[in-house]
Design a protein. Structure first.
Lengths: 221, 392
């Protein structure tokens, strides 16, 4: 089981009222999958991703990701789980500016179960067409290249699941197609599931499997 | 931080070496027999070739003191002349053969030790301390006319030309900055008049500036306890006084110690400011790197790792600062020692290690640890989502 959600509720106190962001009675993904979750801004799709990544503890419900029940874990255990099994790709890439592309990818392995090997990091960058850019700093790379470095960093630790939050939000259509293609191919090659959250129809429709957050989230119904 | 550490190291090293040079060793003199006047003035003149003697003492009184059973030896001297800004002292030849400028060490003219030539033998010969020779660019065979006084404009003994026949090997004491002529030469210098000339042949008429006294030791190497009785007896008389350097030098150090305390306070202030600077740097850096730290958290690092990163960063900075400060501090001492040597003849070593040197690294690491705790806690409490993502 890749993902299993039961009665998931995420809500925030807003003064005397409670603002419900997520309310998903049930959602299961049983096998390795490449899935896009669509939704408008503020519909809770990023919140769902943060819950799946163990970055956010839900108000109620059960969250199982890669056979691990996150709701039963403490923060340090969730950190360790994330280091071991989950990679996250962000809209703004979140590369460490003072480090080269290679060092950024190596950082991806620092807290993972895999051994931190330069050869693997180099291979991941080469796989994404950045073989000649490994010694370049993020500022010396194009936006598309920076996102591919972020993808390489996510892949290199061979996670069970990659969560991508608006990975093409900062890219033009040409780079969007390039990045999504690279991401899907690389996940297939590395054997990991991929869940992409995006508000771009172009991105969502490029996935064989896609779902609208509105279908899942009763809070938005 | 390195600058603060370097200043601390240099100031403490110089202070401790100065203490050692001035107080512990007492420049090899157990007591100085001198005229009535300020004991400090006598010490400054007799040992450091500074200031002037407040008067003279009778040779006969000096001989009487020599007969005291605890006095092992006396070396009479006459000060009050100069050349090229350096003091010219008339002194008994035994000063160069018997006197130990530090326990166990005699003056040397041996070229292997840095000396040259020989000891004076005739009335018109002189030997010169290493630092004075270097400053005045003196060579063996050069001659000079002593100035009758220690101030610029004092009359020169035009007809008394004295030749340098020896350069004393470096001793690391103020004696390196003096010129020495035979005691009897003083009495025969032209211009001193018949009153003084008579002293050359009639010891009963003779007057001297003072004498270095060597006191007998008791078991264990300590000074004979009766030195206090000797001092009391001499000081009760109207003819002279006995000054014990180890009693007066701490006063001297107390007087000049303010400069050293100011320097130490400044170094301490620089160090404390650098610690404050480190703290603000860490806090500011943390503010700028919140996103990076949140990213590291998202990659799987837990709060303790992030806390540890901040602490480690601070410890690495302080460790490097301490090491660079240690090295730079000793380099400063080495550079300063060169000038102190030229100016005072006192020897300071860049390789002298004070207890501070051994404490500096652990103390700075402790400061680095304490400084990093608050930024570390801030990093520990950093919100990953708040700093990394946008809720959509």
């Amino acid at each position: 089981m890749v993902i299993q959600l039961e009665n998931l509720v995420v809500s925030y106190a807003l003064g005397s009222e409670t603002l419900e962001i997520l309310n998903i009675p049930s959602w299961n993904i049983e096998t390795e999958i490449q899935l896009a979750i669509s939704g408008t801004s503020g519909s809770g799709k990023s919140t769902l991703l943060h819950v799946l990544a163990g970055l956010l503890v839900p108000t109620r419900g059960i969250v199982r990701v890669c056979e691990c029940e996150l709701t039963g874990l403490g923060e340090a255990q969730r950190d360790a789980f994330r280091g071991r099994s989950i990679s996250i790709i962000f809209q703004n890439f979140n590369l460490l500016q003072g480090y080269t592309a290679l060092e950024n990818v190596l950082m991806g392995m620092a807290f993972a179960a895999v051994k931190q090997e330069t050869a693997n990091a180099r291979q991941a960058l080469e796989r994404l067409g950045l073989g000649r850019r490994i010694r370049h700093y993020p500022a010396q790379l194009s936006i598309g290249e920076q996102q591919r470095v972020a993808i390489a960093r996510a892949l290199v630790k061979k996670p069970a699941l990659i969560l991508a939050d608006e990975p093409t939000g900062s890219l033009d259509p040409k780079h969007t197609d390039e990045v999504i293609r690279s991401l899907k191919e690389a996940c297939r090659e590395y054997g990991c599931s991929l869940i992409v959250v995006s508000h771009e129809e172009r991105v969502v429709k490029s996935f064989e499997h896609h779902v609208s957050i509105m279908e899942l989230n009763r809070a938005m119904a | 931080m390195s600058l603060g550490a370097a200043l601390l190291v240099a100031v403490v090293s110089l202070r401790e070496q100065a203490h050692r040079n001035f107080i512990q060793e007492g420049l090899g003199v157990d007591a100085v027999l001198g005229p009535k006047g300020s004991p400090l003035q006598i010490i400054l003149n007799a040992l450091y070739h500074l200031d002037e003697m407040p008067g003279k003492i009778k040779w006969t009184y000096y001989e009487a003191v020599l007969k005291d059973p605890i006095v092992e030896e006396g070396i009479p001297f006459i000060t009050g002349h100069s050349y090229g800004g350096f003091r010219v002292n008339a002194i008994a030849e035994r000063f160069f053969t018997d006197f130990e400028y530090v326990p166990g060490k005699h003056f040397s003219l041996d070229p292997r030790s840095g000396g040259q030539g020989r000891l004076f033998a005739a009335r018109d010969e002189a030997v010169v301390g290493w630092a004075a020779a270097r400053a005045l660019k003196l060579r063996l065979g050069d001659s000079f006319n002593p100035v009758c006084g220690v101030h610029s404009g004092d009359p020169v003994h035009e007809h008394d030309q004295i030749q340098f026949v020896g350069i004393i090997a470096p001793t690391g004491t103020p004696h390196d900055r003096a010129i020495y002529i035979p005691l009897k030469t003083f009495f025969t210098l032209e211009g001193h008049g018949n009153e003084v000339a008579v002293m050359a042949t009639d010891p009963a008429q003779r007057e001297i500036s003072g004498a270095y006294l060597k006191i007998k030791r008791i078991r264990g190497g300590a000074l004979h306890p009766d030195i206090q009785n000797l001092k009391y007896t001499i000081n009760q008389s109207s003819k002279a006084q006995c000054v014990i350097p180890n009693e007066v030098l701490p006063q001297l150090f107390g007087i000049i110690g303010w400069a050293d305390r100011v320097l130490f306070a400044m170094a301490l202030l620089v160090s404390l400011l650098s610690v404050a600077f480190l703290f603000t740097s860490l806090v500011n850096a943390l503010r700028e790197r919140r996103r990076d730290l949140a990213l590291i958290r998202s990659l799987g690092a837990n709060r303790c790792i992030v806390f540890g990163l901040i602490i480690t960063e601070s410890l690495v900075i302080t460790a490097f600062s301490a090491i660079i400060g240690l090295v730079f501090g000793h380099v400063l001492v080495g550079l300063g020692a060169h000038y102190v040597d030229i100016e005072t003849g006192l020897r300071f070593s860049a390789f002298y290690f004070s207890p501070l040197d051994y404490l500096l690294l652990p103390v700075m690491l402790l400061l680095g640890l304490l400084t990093a705790i608050i930024p570390g806690i801030q990093a520990y409490r950093l919100g990953v989502l708040k700093n990394l993502t946008q809720i959509s």
